[in-house]
Design a protein around this ligand. Structure first.
Ligand SMILES: Cc1cc2nc3c(=O)[nH]c(=O)nc-3n(C[C@H](O)[C@H](O)[C@H](O)COP(=O)(O)O)c2cc1C
Length: 155
C-alpha cells in the first residue's frame, strides 16, 4: 500500500477541464467543470453536471443552452478563477474576451475549442443537476492538447 494512494477513487476518474457558460434570462455565469462527457456522436451531444450548491445550479434549472469550453495544457489558472469564485459575488467573465455564440451565450475566446449546446434533457441525480444538450455550434481555436484534470492542481 503506497502512501500516495488517494482515499477518493472518484478523484481518479479521468476527465478534461472545461469552462461552462450558461444563462437564465438576464443572468449569465461561468464555472469550471470536470464532469463533461459526450453522450452521442450523431448528433453530437454533451452532458454537464452542476452541483446544487453552485450559483450555476440556479441558472441551470432554467437555461436553454450551455457552452462547454475545452481548456488546453497550462490553463490551470483560468480553471482556478472560474472554479474557486462564485458568480454570486463577482462577474467572473469580466476580464475575459468573449463573443456572442449562436444562442447568444458568451463564448470564451481563450480556449482550445468549444461546443455550444441546446438543452434537450435535464434531471437531478444525487446532488448534481444533469443537463444534456445537442451541439448547435462548435469550433477548434488552436492546435494543442487538452488540459487533463488532476485533483492536486485545485486543492
Ligand atoms: C477543475 C474543476 C472542475 C470542476 N468541476 C465541476 C463540475 O463538473 N460541476 C460543478 O458543479 N462544479 C465543478 N467545479 C466546482 C465549480 O467550478 C465551483 O464550485 C465554482 O466556484 C462554481 O461557481 P458558481 O457559484 O459561479 O456557479 C469544478 C472546479 C474545478 C476547479
Amino acid at each position: 500500500m503506497g502512501t500516495s494512494c488517494s482515499e477518493h477513487a472518484e478523484w481518479l476518474v479521468p476527465s478534461g477541464v472545461f469552462i461552462v457558460t450558461l444563462r437564465s434570462g438576464a443572468f449569465v455565469n461561468a464555472y469550471a467543470a470536470g464532469w463533461v462527457v459526450r453522450v452521442s456522436e450523431v448528433p453530437v451531444m454533451l452532458q454537464v453536471a452542476v452541483w446544487e450548491q453552485n450559483y450555476s445550479f440556479e441558472l441551470a434549472r432554467e437555461c436553454d443552452a450551455f457552452a462547454a469550453h475545452i481548456l488546453g495544457q497550462g490553463q490551470q489558472d483560468m480553471a482556478r478563477h472560474f472554479g474557486r469564485n462564485s458568480g454570486r459575488t463577482m462577474d467572473k467573465l469580466a476580464h475575459y474576451s468573449t463573443h456572442a455564440g449562436a444562442s447568444g451565450l458568451p463564448i470564451l475566446d481563450d480556449c482550445l475549442a468549444f461546443l455550444e449546446c441546446e438543452v434537450v434533457f435535464r434531471r437531478s441525480f444525487g446532488d448534481h443537476l444533469i443537463l444534456v444538450g445537442h451541439a448547435i455550434d462548435s469550433h477548434v481555436n488552436r492546435s494543442g492538447e487538452p488540459l487533463i484534470y488532476r485533483h492536486a492542481d485545485y486543492e
